[in-house]
Each structure stands twice: as C-alpha cells, then as structure tokens.
Design a protein around this ligand. Sequence first.
Ligand code: ADP
Ligand code: MG
Length: 237
Amino acid sequence: YNHNLQRTEKLKIISDMAASIAHEVRNPLQVTRGFLQLLATRTDPKSKSYFDLATNELDRASDIITDYLTFARPEMDTVGVLNLSEELKKIEAMMTPLAAMHGGVIRFHAENDLFVIGNSSKFKQAFINMIKNSIEALGKDGWIEIKAIAQAGEVFVWIKDNGEGMDEEQLAKLGVPYFSTKSKGTGLGMMVTIRIIEVMQGTIVFRSEKGKGTEVTIRFPLADPEQAEQLPDELHA
Ligand code: ADP
Ligand code: MG
C-alpha cells in the first residue's frame, strides 16, 4: 500500500477530468456564440446590445475554463521550438482592438527570430493574460510597450504600461489564486501565467508603482532551432 502513489493517481484522474470537461464545455459555448452573433445581425439595434453582452459573458466563461484547465495540467501538450517574434506579432495584432476599446495604443518592437522552447497555445495564453491586465489598467492616454530582444543566450521580453499600477501589497499578492481587484476578475490569470513561464524554464519579474504603471520582465533560455529534435524529456507531456 503506497499512499503517495495513490495520491498521484488521484491527481492524474482529476487533471484528466478537468481537461475533458473543459474541452466538452468549450465546444457548445463556441457554437452558442456563433448563433448569438448570427441572431445579432437580424435584430433591431436596441436588442443588439443584449447579444453583445451575452457574447461577452460567454467569452468570460471560456477564459475561466481555460485558466482553470491550465493549472490542473501545467505540463505542455506538444512542445517545440517557437519563433517568439512571430508569436508576439500575432498576439499584438489580436490585442490592438481591445487596447483601442480602452482608448490605448500598443507599441511593439521585437528582434527577428527569437527562438524559445514551449507550447504555442500556452505561450499565447500567458502573454494575452499579461497584456489584458495592462489594457485593463489603462487610463487616459494609455500606452503599452512590448519589446523583445536576445542577449547573452537569453530572450528578454518587456511588457510595460502607464496604467494605474500596484502598491507593495498588491504586488506581493500577484499570482495568489483568486486575488483580484476587479469586480469581474477571476484572479486566476497571473497564477496560470507564472506557472506557464516556469514550465517553459523562464523567469518573470513584476515592477510597479501606484499611479505610474507596471513593467513585467520575462526571460527565457534562447533556443537553437537546429536542436528541435533534442528536447529534454521533462518538457514532453
Ligand atoms: P484578474 O485580471 O482576473 O483580476 P489576474 O491574476 O490577471 O486576475 O491579476 C490579479 C490582479 O493583479 C489584478 O486584479 C490587478 O489588481 C493586478 N494587476 C495585474 N497586472 C496589472 C497591471 N499591469 N497593472 C495594474 N494592476 C495589475
Ligand atoms: Mg487578468
């Protein structure tokens, strides 16, 4: 009788269940979203805002499921060499409309061909979470600066904003599950993000000043695209 083994097996069952529930629930949410958007084009302008609200809430449900699932299963599904410059470019294009909705702009500069090892969808999840937080912190004349360079065998990424910032107490609570200062926040975003960066063998540091803004520095080991076949075992799921 081995108590530890039993516990590990139970955890495995829970994380497998979380993964399949997330998958099964996300599909009907997506289908519902599609039909709501179709209906929105066929309704009077007054009712359209209700469809938008419903769509937003569906997206929120999807995000919550994604964040919970990643924590239940932080190991990467398929790991490979990622072109971080290209990944960031896509994320920047995705997030620019949201920044504009909050009256802000994103400035983006990344050196070409910065290679890191990881899973593309987990990488996106982590960076979307951080950039979303920056956007949600913006006030008047808001800006977000995203920069990526290679230096001394490492890839450095900075996400800087001139948003509301955090005090010492808030900074200390970053990444603690359910810590949120937002009325509709989950307080799961940074917990999952920090976990993803860790699994990618990276580090993450937050610097912030209340009323001035926040700067996140993320570092990854620079990968050699030629070595894609020789990934260490522990990076495979
Ligand atoms: P949520 O966004 O759902 O609140 P997160 O884990 O993503 O949860 O973030 C936790 C808290 O950290 C936020 O509620 C906010 O108070 C603070 N925070 C994170 N990033 C920033 C940022 N760039 N600027 C200001 N506050 C931030
Ligand atoms: Mg968040």
